[in-house]
Structures are given as C-alpha cells and as structure tokens.
Design a protein around this ligand. Structure first.
Ligand code: COA
Length: 316
C-alpha cells in the first residue's frame, strides 16, 4: 500500500476550555492538566457529511485522481444522522464516485483497521485505488450533562487515497470484548412485543481510568510487538501517529517505547479526541506541513471502544 493523497476537514467553531465552564463545573486548568486539551472544534451549521466530503475531495485532489477512478471507499464512522445508508454510500454520491463502499464501526481504531482492510484488497488485486475515510462527531456521543466525558471530544474528518506499489511492513489488530467500561447504546423503536428494559436510550458511558490504563498498555505492547515482528527499532520510525485521545495517554506510550518526543506529533491540544478521524487528520496535517517525506517510516496506532487496538507500520 502506498498513500498518494490525504485530506482533512474540521468544523469552523473553536470551543475553548473556558467556554465549557458555561455548561459544567470545570476549569481550563483541570482539562489542560488531565488531558492536554486546550480547544476543540464542534459542528454548528455544517454537517459531518460536509466535513467528510471536503476531506475526501482534498485527498483526491492531492492524489491527482478523479472520484470515478476509485475502486472502493472504506469509511470509519460510529455515528451520524443516518443509521443507513452508511456514510461511505452517502459520500460516494457526494463526490461523484461509482465504486462499491462500506463502513467500519469499531470506534477510535477504525482508520487503522480500514487501512489494513484496504491493504488486503490491494494485495489480492481486488482494487487498485481506494479512498479510506474517517469521519466522526463524538461531541454527539456524550451527554452534555456529564463533564467527565463532554470536555474530551471534538468533531472532524480525515481521508487518504491509497494505491498498490508501496511498502507495508505489517499490522497487528486485536479485539478484547468489553461492554462495561466504554459503550453507548442505540435508540431503537419500541415494538408491541418489547421486553421492559431492553431498549434503553443512553449517552456514552465511560470509566475513564480503566480506558486510560487499557489504552496505554494495549497500544504500547502492540506497537512493541509490531516493531519486533517487522524487525524495526523505534529509531527507524519517523513518526508514531497515535490516536489523539489524551496527551497523558500519548506520553505514557512514548515513555514505554522511548525515542525522541518529536517522533510523537500531536493535535489533541487543538482538536480534542476526534475518535477514528484523529490519526487521519494528524497524517494530513504533517503531509501538508511537509513534515513527512517519501521513504519515511510511519507507525499508526489507534485504540478504542470494543476494546479494539490497531497498529500498522508502512513507508510513506
Ligand atoms: N472538570 C473538573 N473535574 C472533573 C471533570 C471535569 N471535566 N471530570 C471529572 N472531574 C473530577 C472527578 O469528578 C473526580 O473528582 P473526585 O476526585 O472528587 O471524585 C476528579 O476530577 C478526578 O477524576 P478521575 O476520573 O480520577 O480523573 P483522571 O485523572 O482519570 O482523568 C480522564 C479523567 C477522563 C481525563 C482520563 O481518565 C482519561 O482521559 N481517560 C481516557 C478517556 C478516553 O480517552 N476515552 C476515549 C478512548 S478512545
């Protein structure tokens, strides 16, 4: 797999920590010290589809290909205004593509899993040009009455166009089923046969400390194993593009793996946790700032509800 184009889009509304004190008993100091987040972007009059379309269009433009040339669109998305059609189907029409599409719904690790699925399609020759998109509005997963979750998130979309012909050294994907520590239940229509209590409507439920602990330990051990599997050292890697959930989680993984702090770029301070879009947005920002060159080795690693962990190592 080779990345030939990237794009991203964020809502225009910048929400500072101080602005959140209007809704919750919280403070800029608490949010900064516990999470590293200073601002986040939140959707107002744009929709998530607008962001997804813009990120996809920018990725296609930078790849220098037309939407009609795509063989597949794979989108990582947890929530949007539609249960179906899937986000990828909606974006296919919006950008004028004609290829088959599907969504992956595994929360924050979704972009890495989607890239790994794209790699299998490229390897088997099922496809040659694939748009991998991650678009998320996690500010609508959580209750805006719960300060412990609402301050953490932001909305955004990121995309990459991938083709065959590059160096993909390997990936590790793991899933540990857990419905207690981080989950959100769906709202379903009641039926005349409903059993009481089955159709509970719930915003996000999260035990922050447990999630934190699992994120640091799973990503650290999976990245270590990936480096070992592929015979690489930390010093071989230009950037570790980690899921941008919390600066302390990123620092925890950095401390475990070692290396130079510059190998661990961040956007969490600006955008908060944008779920599976975070790695895609970070990748696009580094590419557009000319901080990544052809031949650089990248590790991407995401962790999220499930629990799912996905890590990959490839050459840019
Ligand atoms: N503002 C002020 N105080 C807050 C607060 C907020 N927004 N949210 C929680 N608190 C309070 C708690 O009520 C608690 O008070 P108490 O000690 O009086 O009971 C105190 O702060 C400490 O809470 P705790 O949960 O122990 O803090 P923490 O250091 O674990 O940080 C998280 C909380 C959520 C920032 C941290 O656990 C985390 O980032 N977890 C991972 C979350 C995540 O990334 N989820 C998505 C995964 S993809």
């Amino acid at each position: 797999m080779k990345i030939i184009g990237t794009g991203s889009a964020l809502p225009k509304k910048v929400v500072t920590n101080d602005m959140l004190t209007e809704f919750f008993d919280t403070s800029d100091e608490w949010i900064r010290t516990r999470t590293g987040i200073e601002t986040r972007r939140i959707l107002t009059d744009e929709s998530l589809f607008d962001l997804a379309k813009t990120a996809s269009t920018l990725a296609l433009e930078s790849a220098g290909i037309k939407a009609e040339e795509l063989d597949y669109i794979i989108c990582s998305n947890v929530n949007n205004n539609y249960v179906y059609p899937s986000m990828s189907c909606i974006i296919q029409g919006a950008i004028g593509a004609h290829c088959p599409c599907f969504d992956i719904r595994i929360a924050c690790a979704g972009f890495v899993y989607a890239l790994d699925v794209a790699e299998s399609f490229l390897q088997t020759g099922r496809a040659h040009k694939i748009l991998v998109l991650a678009a998320e509005e996690p500010t609508r997963f959580c209750s805006w009455k719960q300060r412990e979750t609402a301050v953490l998130f932001g909305d955004g979309a990121g995309a990459a166009v991938v083709t065959d012909g590059g160096k993909y050294f390997g990936a590790r994907t793991t899933t540990i089923s857990n419905t207690e520590v981080l989950y959100q239940r769906n709202r379903l229509e009641p039926t005349p046969f409903e059993v009481e209590g089955v159709y509970l409507d719930h915003p996000m439920v999260m035990q922050g400390r447990e999630v934190f602990r699992n994120a640091v330990s799973n990503c650290s051990s999976e990245i270590s194993a990936l480096l070992k599997d592929t015979n690489h050292q930390v010093s071989d890697i230009k950037y570790f593009l980690l899921h941008q959930a919390n600066m302390r989680i990123i620092k925890g993984i950095e401390q475990y793996l070692g290396g130079d702090p510059e190998q661990y770029p961040t956007t969490v301070q600006k955008y908060g946790n944008t779920s599976s879009a975070s790695i895609a947005i970070l990748l696009d920002e580094l590419v557009r700032a000319n901080k990544i060159s052809r031949g650089d080795l990248l590790v991407m690693s995401g962790f999220g509800a499930g629990f799912t962990t996905g890590s990959l190592l490839m050459e840019y």
